[in-house]
Design a protein around this ligand. Structure first.
Ligand SMILES: [Mg+2]
Length: 386
């Protein structure tokens, strides 16, 4: 018989701006938090968790691998964004509870730390080269040593030379503003089709980019492979892939240089650690995707601390603003993870290492949200990828 505490209660909180948190309480009075969300599909993920709850309630909370197996394989259909995001948030909360129960950070339970601090990158935005250059200088002044930006809006299957010139002008302006020391990544966001991706990557070669993300949609695997082989620019992808099986072919085919699993979509901490280990065996780097809230970032950081090939971490919380950022309101005292000089130092705090302001979360959940991604159209009225 297991002496583990049992899962007693699962509560969901849909909170602004576009997040969803889960609190799992256990029979010993302990609890853990997770972030089970698929952007724009919060209610669908919530329904999935409700349907999975019979696998969880009354079961030993610390049997995380077994619970993953049952959640992933026990419903006949498996994988995909909804089921994997539901599992991810539950799994994070179980690790948080386990870490708190044992009094150690999660990274201590996943092999121990391999680094003292984690490098973060920041998004910059702007329509014009000068605006982007200004934003880039601002972020570098705040300590960031890595930046990422979108460089195209809606992009036609085959677009104009002017679009190519615009991308080059923006990239050149930012590289000029930040110098060679700061890493610069571009996110094509899956907006660009094969024909334009080839052209753009060739034009972008001189700017020595950190990586280009989703040069084409990952489902266009053959195009991705061809594009990657024809370019020296490091290629990154993975925010729309789920579980080890989703990453398998991408890794074994050597299509990418950087994988970007999302800890709230790909299956949680332990699953992403396994994916990272698979990548390591192919000499592929990891930059965890994280456009989400403080729990997802905390979980990502735990993994970065114990994953050798994780070299940089995405975040959108405005850590540089400290207490001024309302996105950190859900953490007690508006903690900003100790962000300094572009890095987050390793914390010895138990579990995810954060303290959630439960009263604020409960209050915000009364408002909730109905976030949807923008819908774009090309000049001729046809649909364009966001
Ligand atoms: Mg992206």
């Amino acid at each position: 018989m297991s002496t583990q505490p049992l899962i007693a209660k699962i509560e969901l909180f849909k909170v602004p701006p576009r997040w969803q948190f889960v609190k799992i309480s256990t029979s010993d009075g302990n609890f853990g938090w997770g972030e089970p969300i698929l952007e724009g599909k919060a209610d669908t993920v919530a329904a999935c968790i409700a349907e999975m709850s019979h696998h969880l309630l009354g079961k030993p909370a610390g049997h995380i691998e077994d619970l993953f197996q049952v959640m992933h394989r026990g419903g006949f259909y498996r994988g995909g964004p909804i089921i994997s995001s539901a599992i991810s948030g539950i799994e994070q909360a179980l690790w948080d509870a386990k870490g708190k129960r044992l009094g150690v950070p999660i990274y201590e339970l996943l092999g121990g730390p391999v680094r003292e601090r984690v490098r973060l990158y920041s998004w910059i935005g702007g329509d014009q080269p000068e605006k982007l250059a200004h934003a880039a200088r601002e972020r570098v002044a705040q300590g960031y040593t890595g930046l990422k930006m979108n460089v195209t809006h809606q992009t036609d299957w085959i677009d104009s030379a002017a679009l190519v010139d615009g991308v080059v002008a923006k990239t050149a302006a930012v590289r000029e503003a930040i110098g060679a020391e700061v890493g610069l990544a571009l996110d094509f966001h899956g907006r660009v089709h094969r024909g334009m991706a080839k052209v753009l990557l060739r034009e972008l070669e001189p700017f020595r980019l950190m990586f280009v993300e989703e040069p084409v949609l990952v489902e266009n695997f053959d195009a991705m492979r061809e594009i990657a082989r024809g370019s020296s620019v490091p290629i990154a992808t993975g925010e729309r892939l789920y579980t080890r099986w989703g990453f398998k072919q991408l890794l074994s085919d050597g299509v990418v240089d950087v994988i970007q699993p999302d800890i709230s979509h790909a299956g949680g901490l332990w699953e992403c650690r396994k994916i990272a280990a698979m990548a390591e065996a192919y000499d592929i780097a990891v930059a965890l995707h994280c456009p989400l809230g403080p729990i997802a970032l905390a979980a990502s950081l735990q993994l970065d601390f114990c994953t050798p090939n994780a070299f940089i971490q995405e975040q959108v919380l405005g850590l540089q603003y400290g207490q001024a950022s309302d996105k950190l309101d859900y953490l007690v005292g508006g903690q900003n993870f100790g962000f300094q000089d572009g890095f987050v130092p390793r914390s010895e705090k138990a579990g995810l290492g954060i303290e959630i302001d439960e009263a604020k979360v409960r209050e915000a959940a009364l408002t909730g949200h109905n976030w949807r991604n923008p819908g774009w159209r090309l000049p001729d009225g046809s649909f364009a990828e966001w």
